[in-house]
Ligand binder design. Structure first.
Ligand code: SF4
Length: 486
């Protein structure tokens, strides 16, 4: 069973303990810097990257604007190809559907392809409550599951673990779940990979039910696509007799042609590869080839509500490449667990509060888990303006009264009035400069901010006054010399 995010404290509280963990910070720094440098090189190889990025954005926006139409088209195509489509409004309904489908096969074990959607709904825990064991088969997910841990990165869920820690987990835990790790296992990557391979192969060959998500669903043909790097997904998608895919409704694209864009942008943005190592696509069922039963569970779980928000809906463009995590200075230091969700980093800071609402302590704090530097926007292959959505969500949180000291709200209101009245602003500036030697270095009521930051020194003259003295027609030049502006 993987640990859950239920009852997480606010981001600042959770991040504080992560910041004190030097091993964690070292692991994160090494991993994120390595991936981000490789990504930059892979992206720089394409002259038309900016056009691909714009195309990805427009495809997603067009699909989201017509989501009802494309989902119905998808349902029709999947059904015509021999699949069964189920609609789940929330996590509980999706979990119920999947558990009933597994029980109907008479099986009590399933193998899983790495899937954010099933983590989002807590599927493994829901299946365990029904007596069904779900085995993760992605290497990093296996490490997280065996370690009774939580994922901390979208693409590399065990990014917070180093090789020594992974060796210890394999040696002590594998035997409890199936084939044990070999005696004398070292932390050499080859040995660790071989131990995982042997452990998982046993499960692939025994499992009758596979569970997956999908990176994309093509409405015109009913085709689903999974992009992965290890081949475990290919095994789960082809060997079992029954395949159940749980997919967020925003993952649909209209046509095969649209995939062409994402086949280029997703691998380069995520693993810095020119082409994805394993791209598995399937359409319904085919006699004598692959699973004989296919179920598609279309998951809403807050997506429709997100779609209704004009600014926030761009988060639904996300293709889960994780490029934004790898460049984020906050993620690099705080790690993924502090975000209290399977979606960490910048995308998690805008997606979780929209999917789950901003009612809880953790969700109300997430829009503030950013310096708004904009690095996430620069690398996003579908051009999600994450800083814009963060500010939008901060506004929502401030207005719901969950966050924001009353002094802060009063100060912002007063500042708004002053900026609307230039005369008052000029008078205030003159008063501030005249009394500048008396200004305190710390602000009462804002100690948490000013205890660790210096207030900028007040200039002896406001810019407006300086401009009036130096730049208005007939004004005496400053210092006796007239600046020619060159
Ligand atoms: S927000 Fe953009 S950069 Fe971040 S995971 Fe999603 S698609 Fe990738």
């Amino acid at each position: 069973m993987t640990g859950t995010f239920v009852g997480m404290p606010s981001f600042p509280t959770a991040a504080r303990s992560a910041l004190a963990d030097e091993t964690l910070r070292g692991n994160l720094r090494y991993a994120t810097h390595t991936i981000r440098d490789k990504r930059a090189k892979a992206v720089a190889e394409l002259d038309d990257w900016a056009l691909l990025r714009e195309a990805g954005k427009q495809i997603k926006d067009h699909t989201l604007r017509n989501l009802d139409r494309y989902l119905l088209q998808l349902e029709e195509a999947v059904t015509a190809a021999g699949g069964v489509v189920h609609w789940a409004a929330d996590a509980a309904e999706a979990n119920r559907i999947v558990a009933d489908l597994v029980k109907a096969t008479g099986e009590s074990e399933v193998v899983k392809v790495k899937s954010m959607a099933t983590q989002e709904i807590g599927l493994n825990e829901a299946l365990a409550a029904e007596g069904i064991s779900a085995y993760e088969t992605d290497l990093a997910e296996l490490i997280v599951q065996l370690g009774d841990d939580r994922p901390s990165h979208i693409l590399v869920p065990a990014i917070h673990r180093n090789r020594g820690e992974i060796r210890t987990i394999f040696a002590s835990e594998m035997g409890k779940w199936g084939r044990a790790a070999p005696d004398g296992l070292s932390d050499a990557p080859g040995e660790l990979a071989e131990a995982a391979r042997l452990h998982l192969r046993e499960k692939f060959l025994r499992a009758k039910v596979g569970i997956s998500g999908a990176n994309f669903m093509v409405a015109e043909t009913g085709t689903l696509a999974v992009f992965e790097s290890e081949g475990n997904g290919r095994m789960c998608l082809t060997l079992p007799e029954t395949l159940i895919s749980v997919v967020g409704i925003e993952k649909v694209v209209p046509t095969w042609r649209d995939l062409e864009v994402f086949l280029q942008t997703l691998p380069r943005s995520s693993t810095a590869e020119r082409m994805n190592p394993y791209t598995t696509m399937w359409t319904g069922t085919t006699d004598g080839d692959g699973p004989s039963a296919f179920h598609l569970v279309l998951l809403d779980n807050g997506r429709t509500a997100t779609l209704a928000d004009e600014t926030g809906r761009q988060a639904l463009r996300c293709i889960r490449c994780s490029a934004c995590l790898n460049v984020c200075p906050v993620y690099e230091r705080a790690g993924g667990h502090a975000y209290g969700s399977v979606y960490p980093g910048p995308i998690g800071a805008i997606l979780s509060p929209q999917l789950r609402g901003t009612g809880s302590e953790i969700d109300a704090s997430l829009p503030y888990a950013s310096s708004l530097c904009g690095a996430c926007y620069e690398v996003c292959p579908v051009a999600i303006d994450i800083p814009e959505v963060l500010v939008h969500l901060r506004d929502r949180v401030a207005h719901q009264g969950c966050r924001g000291h009353f002094l802060e709200r009063a100060a912002i209101k007063a500042a708004g009035w002053v900026f609307e009245h230039p005369g008052a602003l000029a008078a205030g500036e003159r008063a501030a400069t005249a009394t500048r030697r008396l200004h305190p270095s710390r602000l009462p009521g804002a100690g948490a901010w000013t205890n660790s930051r210096d207030l900028p020194p007040m200039p002896p003259e406001s810019f407006r006054d300086w401009w009036r003295r130096n730049r208005t027609r007939g004004a005496a030049p400053a210092g006796g010399r007239k600046d020619d502006g060159s």
